[in-house]
Design a protein around this ligand. Structure first.
Ligand code: PEP
Ligand code: MN
Length: 346
């Protein structure tokens, strides 16, 4: 349920509505727009509530929200959310590019890649230290030494870092090193983990589950938001369909859908979305044309030798090509690439 306040209603009226909601044992979520204030009601709503709130001073109308997700919905929060990382704003006019290897393998691999992607215009360095792996016999990441390498390279190159956290018990550790905590597709419905990353207050990127519907995805987002952490963005990374030609099916249409139903920024990951390096550039361009706020792509100095996801990793030359094409597409849709020359605190 949302309470739409009258244009010009003041703090006193807003406080009155909040008090009424809280005294009914519910939570009020105030969203101040340019003209109007909207108050979202979260909790077990009872039938009499609508009438009770309608009577209060300053209230224009009370609308029932049919969708089960609330804090992540645009109805509750009409203005776009922006996520702030190391001087960059995600979800505004600028398109952010997160690039780097699938997995951190060595100092040389990470440093070389970070320098190359930064020179080509990337804004955030990606790299997994804790890697989800379908097979227990494959490379599962360097663990904490991988996080240390990320911190060292971040300092040397000057790019904020995003890295995955896989379990609740590792949230504190990963949060010490990461500027953005990534929740991987396989963990989208690990509700305890979602609550833990919510509690950190740090920026979080929530990837779409392998077979998750939009509703399931936004309900997962709700777990992070419910902890009071609004520094959240979503990431489309392909879904499982009948098609086996590609690793996953990149759902470009979900980008404008998310923009319509949610206020959260949406990032696209065409590397996992396709599994094939030669599809990464066209899908990245399509994602930005469709309204994505950023892209995440895997880049490796030598994809043939990558310990993970080499087949979907771009070479430095291909990444360079992607960036120049992306600039034109961003401009064609009234956006621009984020400036990589940002300052990062070590
Ligand atoms: C990754 O980004 O390296 C990753 C494992 O992604 P996903 O969770 O989308 O498979
Ligand atoms: Mn990967």
């Amino acid at each position: 349920m949302i309470v739409v306040m009258k244009v010009g209603s003041g703090d006193k009226e807003i406080a009155g509505v909040v008090k009424r909601i809280e005294s009914a044992g519910l939570k009020a979520h105030v969203s101040q727009g340019v003209e109007r204030t909207i108050i979202g009601v979260v909790g077990q709503i009872f039938p009499e509530l609508e009438g009770m709130l309608e009577m209060l001073s300053g209230v224009d109308e009370v609308i029932r929200v049919s969708k089960p997700y609330k804090l992540s919905s645009r109805e509750f929060h009409p203005l776009d959310t922006t996520v702030k990382v190391g001087g960059i704003t995600i979800g505004g006019k600028e398109i952010v590019v997160m690039a780097g290897p699938c997995a951190v393998e060595s100092e040389q691999q990470l440093l070389e890649t970070a320098r190359a992607v930064k020179a080509a215009g990337a804004t955030i360095l990606r790299g997994g230290a804790f890697k989800p792996s379908t097979s227990p016999y494959h490379f599962r990441g360097l663990g904490e030494p991988g996080l240390e390498l990320l911190a060292q390279v971040k300092k040397e190159v000057g790019l904020p870092v995003i890295t995955e956290v896989m379990s609740s018990s590792e949230v504190e550790l990963v949060a010490r090193y990461a500027d953005i905590l990534q929740i991987g597709a396989r963990n989208m419905q690990n509700f305890n983990l979602l609550e833990e990353v919510g509690k950190t207050g740090k920026p979080v990127m929530l990837k779409r589950g392998l077979s998750a519907t939009v509703q399931e995805w936004l309900l997962a987002a709700e777990y992070v938001l419910a902890q009071g952490n609004e520094q959240l963005m979503l990431c489309e990374r392909g879904i499982r369909t009948f098609e086996t030609y590609t690793r996953n099916t990149m759902d470009i249409s979900v980008i404008p859908i998310i923009e319509k139903v949610s206020h959260l920024p949406i990032i696209a990951d065409p590397s996992h979305g396709t599994g094939k390096w030669y599809l990464v550039i066209p899908m990245a361009l399509a994602a930005v044309a469709a309204g994505a706020d950023g892209i995440m792509v895997e880049v490796h100095p030598n994809p043939d030798l990558a310990l993970k996801d080499g087949a979907q990793s771009l070479t430095f030359a291909n990444f360079h090509q992607l960036m120049s094409q992306l600039k034109s597409v961003a401009e064609a849709v009234g956006r621009r690439l984020a400036n990589p020359s940002i300052k990062v605190k070590s």
